[in-house]
Design a protein around this ligand. Structure first.
Ligand SMILES: [Mg+2]
Length: 404
């Protein structure tokens, strides 16, 4: 690698983001162990505050486990729009430091500051300190971030994880191999669960150990030697969504037709509402159902002439197919809508359009499934997954956001 081709990449990661934003918004929560949960009263912790992490509570802990480990924990239902509005502020701040920004997730961004760092007499160091100060001023004193500065994305991301909270770590071509010797392989973005298992099986847990192993599979070798890209996928380059889908694995087999109908209707309702939120309509709809162990399955795909975001139309299309060859023992369902178009005119009567508009307004304000079809009455509702993955980046930052 020739030195003058090196880029300067910065990775900024908000610390314990969802929990910290809640603590910022509500001083009562500050300094207390907080667990963010999907909705009131149930499920898993999707994010934990610094205080809760000290008790061993983390993402994926059940509410029951979390209470056992940390009796004083306060559970707070997630409020994605609140977190996202803070993210928008953060992105606005960092964009002023460099226009080359990749939004990696709701609380992480990459910046290419190779050119813009020259504006700062103190280079990246001064730049990051000013950035942190602006984040503190605009997002609040409780909200902290860690920053990694390096020459590619994989090393920058690793660097930001090396000091928390409120960290600032530089990994340079001179120091990065030595500085990362003792880091656990799973900390590297790209070494997931199965690669970690593979490495554990050959007695490797740290990057230093892994680098001593000859003949590692090429993809793993690259990751443990931290060979990565420096090019960012900027907001301008985001591609429009190609499909909207929703899947669900049930806890037990669904044998009654009524139970399958409820599940499919629930997923269609959620996918269609997302589609309408994005201002899109779809022409192709598909449904996949499988039994446990996937020994048998149902699959249907239908394409219609006019794009739609109406759950009733989508559901009727899919259900008609299902009725032809019903499948007992369903354990998994997936609904997908593709062939998406912007500015679609809903080919439905005016009163239906008004109804959907009113439902969206209410659900937008009070939460999805505040209003829902009567078919879903009397059972438990499946609500959207809450993650910081931002699968709808294009809609949030790309084409749609710019024309809004
Ligand atoms: Mg984070």
């Amino acid at each position: 690698m020739e030195d003058r081709t090196l880029r300067s990449i910065l990775h900024l990661d908000m610390n314990s983001y969802f929990a910290t934003v809640e603590q910022q918004a509500n001083p009562y929560l500050r300094g207390r162990p907080v667990g963010i949960i999907k909705a009131e009263g149930r499920g898993c912790v999707i994010a934990a505050s610094v205080e809760a992490k000290k008790f061993g509570v983390g993402t994926g802990s059940t509410v029951w486990e979390a209470k056992k480990k940390c009796p004083g924990i306060v559970f707070v239902p997630s409020d994605m729009e609140k977190y996202f509005s803070q993210t928008e502020k953060m992105i606005k701040i960092v964009t002023a430091f460099s226009p080359i920004v990749e939004v990696f997730s709701i609380d992480e961004v990459f910046l290419d500051v190779t050119d813009s760092r020259r504006v700062f007499a103190g280079g990246e160091l001064q730049m990051v300190l000013e950035m942190k100060e602006q984040i503190r001023q605009q997002l609040g004193e409780w909200v902290k971030c860690s920053v990694g500065v390096s020459f590619n994305k994989i090393t920058a991301k690793l660097a930001s994880g090396m000091q928390k909270p409120d960290g600032l770590v530089f990994l340079t071509p001179e120091n990065y191999l030595q500085e990362t010797e003792k880091i656990k392989t799973e900390e590297v973005c790209g070494i997931g669960r199965s690669r970690t298992k593979y490495l554990e099986n050959i007695g490797v847990t740290t990057l230093g150990q892994a680098r001593k192993i000859p003949n590692l599979p090429e993809e793993i070798r690259k990751l443990v030697w931290l060979e990565g890209e420096a090019s960012l996928q900027t907001i301008e380059e985001l591609e429009p969504a190609k499909s909207v889908s929703r899947t669900y694995t049930t806890y037990r087999e669904l044998n009654s037709k009524q139970a399958v109908l409820r599940l499919v209707r629930n997923l269609v309702e959620e996918a269609a509402s997302k589609l309408r939120e994005m201002g899109l309509g779809g022409r192709t709809v598909c449904l996949i159902l499988t039994t446990s162990l996937r020994e048998s399955s149902f699959w249907a795909r239908k394409t219609i002439k006019n794009p739609t975001g109406d759950p009733q139309i989508i559901f009727d299309l899919l259900w008609r197919e299902y009725e032809k060859k019903p499948l007992p023992g369903v354990r998994f369902a997936g609904v997908g809508i593709s062939n998406l178009t912007e500015n679609c005119q809903l080919p439905i009567v005016d009163s239906r359009q008004k109804l959907l508009g009113a439902v969206d307004k209410v659900n937008d304000r009070f939460g999805l499934f505040t209003l829902y079809p009567a078919e879903l009455l009397g059972g438990e509702l499946i609500r959207p997954e809450v993650t910081g993955f931002l699968g709808d980046k294009w809609y949030r930052f790309g084409g749609r956001a710019q024309t809004k």
